[in-house]
Design a binder for this molecule. Structure first.
Ligand code: NAG
Ligand code: NAG
Length: 234
């Protein structure tokens, strides 16, 4: 009897440990929560003692209880992003737009191989756009506009063939805009570069008007393959 009870106890302990181990996604999100200020208490339901984060508000999981969406846009959050976010390998939508998030974009976000949408627009994010984001081979939407990002637009982004929408306007980026790969089809603004170089007007003349790259005073316009001096002043 005692032996059976001990065995049951050991089994229960093993189960608890297995479940705890299986909650690495909850741990990653808890790390994010600890790094954010949340004056509105919108993350109150994020209870790290639950077996997984799938019942937490603003978190969506698939049928296998893996996190696929994080919907934290427009919630008055401040603080920093954390490298642990890179562990959410089934994450498809990372929505953190219109908050007051500071600090840099962790290069670990490049590990999010299922990511479709990276929306960090209208925050207070600084530093450079990590070239590691070029590893996001499922990415369709990349919106980083309205932050304080510096440095060039990484050429690695031109290798994401799924990319359809890029907006990096209203930052402090420099250098030239890639024109290869998905960037061939991403509309550029005519007005942003008006008057800088006659040739660019011809390059741009068949593109739709858009504002994806505007309001980056040090951004020099699209690169001209084989012609332009890249990333001068950058
Ligand atoms: C947003 O947060 C600030 C403090 O960071 C607070 O003063 C303000 O009331 C909050 N606004 C809303 C709508 O929660
Ligand atoms: C943006 O972040 C900087 C620090 O990196 C801070 O000084 C500034 O006040 C922030 N802006 C806003 C609007 O919170």
């Amino acid at each position: 009897m005692a032996a059976a009870a001990r065995a049951a106890g050991a089994l229960a302990l093993a189960l608890v440990l297995a479940l705890a181990g299986a909650n690495s996604e909850g741990d990653a999100l808890s790390a994010l929560r600890r790094s954010l200020r949340d004056p509105g208490g919108v993350l109150q339901s994020w209870d790290p003692t639950l077996v997984n984060p799938c019942t937490w508000f603003h978190v969506t999981c698939n049928r296998d209880n893996c996190v696929t969406r994080l919907d934290l846009g427009n919630l008055n959050l401040s603080g920093h992003l954390v490298p642990e976010l890179g562990k959410l390998e089934h994450l498809q939508y990372l929505e953190l737009y219109k908050n007051n998030i500071q600090g840099t974009i962790p290069p670990e976000l490049g590990s999010l191989k299922s990511l479709i949408s990276l929306d960090l627009y209208k925050n207070n994010i600084s530093g450079t756009i990590p070239p590691a984001l070029g590893k996001l081979k499922s990415l369709v939407f990349l919106r980083l506009n309205g932050n304080r990002l510096t440095g060039p637009i990484p050429r690695e982004l031109a290798g994401i063939s799924s990319l359809k929408v890029v907006d990096v306007s209203s930052n402090d980026l420099c250098g030239t805009i890639p024109t290869s790969g998905p960037f061939e089809h991403i509309p550029l603004s005519k007005t942003s570069f008006f008057g800088i170089h006659f040739l660019w007007l011809e390059v741009l003349s068949d593109r739709m008007l858009s504002t994806s790259f505007e309001k980056n005073p040090r951004l020099e316009g699209p690169e001209l393959q084989g012609l332009a001096v890249y990333d001068t002043n950058c």
